[in-house]
Design a protein around this ligand. Structure first.
Ligand code: NDP
Length: 499
């Protein structure tokens, strides 16, 4: 067992990570984290309140004014991020175990996520010393250039669905660009963030550069949003929370970037390579037990292949192995919380009530009496205007919808409040690009689905978000542009106030 697992699990209650030290919470309160596969408390962590958040912001501001921006070079920042990536790889198994216990994802998935999180950090480590300004040919007798400076103190607010991945999406570009960070993980899944704190210490980041304060959204999250010492909020979660954050962040016009939900269209034209498309569509619809913002949760099938698609998707859904997260055979685990299970079950009931045809799942998997488990569920003949097609379930529930023409499916695909991801399958290259251009989504994939990668900008249109994560575009979200102009002319300036 590596040190992080020992420290986190064998410690009754890991403290908050503030200013490079492990500090007891001001209130003395603890958060109990529940293992969703057993419904039992498996870990306790310290709970941050407004006072703790204020201390963390103070530490982050002090670090910003101190060596982090004054002495540490961009290349050294990159080297620290590289070291952190190396430590994640070293401790991948232990971290994956923590994550699987905390949020219920199977080990095969969390292990991949930790390894990919390391790749994410490696990408931004390499970018740290390539964040240049420009020289602008403003006038022959002036020197004009831009500097790209860190935004300042970043409040990073995380959801519970993919904690380790999302830490790396935010920490990578924020630290590469020279910001300092106060990280608030979701109260349901705080453990892996504190494990990360151990690795941040070991990677050699100066005290206060990263601070970790698990706590409840309306208390610790809201305190971070309202704090005048925070310059930017980077948030992933529900769009209603993002709206509340936007209102709170107006206090000092904080920069905001949001990655919210989706109801993504996955479109199968009649000429699609169905064998490949259905493998990908199954993963797209049920990965992470449906707890993904980029789920292909609306599957559009052209009328001539519709019946085959319904039949084969139902059959594929029934074959998915739902089970205990630490079992190597498990394809998908439980939902992460009792609330999310209740939400998923409510949408399944709604689908039945609103006349959609249930062709797979819809209940609790046999043999799993405890834990927040639900069967992969497929509804056919779903009306695109129904709530099942319009609202994000965040569970393993697929809606299959028929269409006739290209024009019709573009209209249906866009007829939702979201616009995060879309996928389409066709052999017709002209149609592929025509449709890709007309779909309102931040990422459109052709003959594949959701290629989320550190090199590819990712983010949403409409209610799916604001700004972009990943790719070099992410660095724009974490830098301010300062323009500097130097007069070079030797003659005296014309005096507009001369007599
Ligand atoms: P939330 O948006 O409520 O939570 C995300 C994060 O925001 C958590 O850390 C939460 O804290 C925090 N938060 C909550 N309220 C505030 C606030 N007023 N100010 C600052 N921070 C706050 O999402 P949920 O976890 O409740 O999930 C609800 C739904 O959101 C899901 O069913 C799904 O539809 C969607 N979702 C989308 C995600 C995505 O990846 N796009 C990820 C997660 C959820 P805490 O929870 O600790 O109280």
């Amino acid at each position: 067992m590596s040190t992080i697992t020992k420290d986190i699990v064998e410690h009754e209650a890991p403290d908050l990570f503030i200013g490079g030290e492990w500090k007891a919470p001001h209130s003395g309160r603890m958060i109990a984290s529940i293992d969703p596969s057993t419904e039992k408390v498996w870990a306790h962590v310290a709970e941050a309140d407004e006072t703790d958040v204020d201390r963390a912001v103070g530490a982050a501001r002090a670090a910003l004014r101190g060596p982090w921006t004054q002495k540490v070079t961009a290349s050294q920042r990159g080297a620290m991020l590289s070291k952190l990536a190396e430590l994640l790889r070293r401790d991948a198994k232990a971290l994956a175990m923590l994550e699987s216990r905390d949020n219920g994802k199977p080990l095969r998935e969390t292990l991949g996520e930790v390894q990919r999180a390391a790749d994410w950090l490696t990408f931004f480590a390499g970018a740290a010393d390539k964040i240049n300004g420009d020289q602008i040919p403003f006038r022959p007798d002036a020197l004009a250039y831009t500097r790209r400076e860190p935004v300042g103190v970043v409040g990073a607010i995380l959801p519970w669905n993919s904690p380790v991945s999302l830490y790396s999406w935010k920490l990578g570009p924020a630290l590469a660009a020279g910001n300092t960070v106060v990280l608030k993980p979701a109260e349901q899944t705080p453990v892996s963030a504190l494990a990360l704190g151990k690795l941040i210490e070991e990677a050699g980041f100066p005290a206060g550069v990263v601070n970790i304060v698990p706590g409840f959204g309306p208390v610790a999250g809201a305190a971070l949003v309202a704090h005048p010492g925070v310059d930017k909020i980077s948030f992933t979660g529900e769009h209603r929370t993002a709206q509340e954050i936007m209102r709170g962040a107006s206090v000092n016009l904080k920069r905001c970037s949001f990655e919210c939900g989706g109801k993504s269209p996955h479109i199968l034209f009649a000429d699609a390579d169905l064998d490949k498309a259905l493998v990908v569509a199954t993963h797209g619809a049920f990965r992470s037990t449906g707890q993904s913002c980029s789920l292909g949760s609306r599957l559009f099938a052209q009328r001539s292949i519709y019946d085959v698609v319904v039949e084969r998707m139902a059959e594929r859904a029934r074959r998915i192995r739902v089970g205990m997260p630490l079992d190597a055979n498990t394809h998908i685990g439980p939902q992460s919380s009792a609330e999310q299970l209740a939400k998923t079950n409510a949408y399944i009931a709604l689908g039945k009530e609103q006349g959609a045809r249930l062709v797979a799942g819809g209940g609790r998997p046999a043999g799993l009496e405890r834990g927040y488990f639900v069967e992969p569920t497929v509804f056919a003949d779903v009306d695109n205007r129904s709530r099942l097609a319009q609202e994000e379930v965040f569970g393993p529930v697929l809606a299959i919808i028929p269409f006739e023409t290209e024009e019709e499916v573009i209209a249906l695909a866009n007829d939702v409040p979201y616009g995060l991801v879309a996928g389409l399958w066709t052999q017709d290259i002209g149609r592929a690009h025509r449709v890709a251009a007309r779909i309102d989504a931040g990422l459109v994939s052709i003959n594949t689905y959701r290629p989320v990668h550190w090199m590819l900008p990712y983010g949403g249109y409409k209610m799916s978000g604001l700004g972009r994560e990943n790719g070099l575009a992410a660095l724009d979200e974490y830098t301010e542009i300062k323009t500097v102009v130097v007069e070079l002319a030797t003659n005296s300036p014309a005096d507009p106030f001369a007599d």
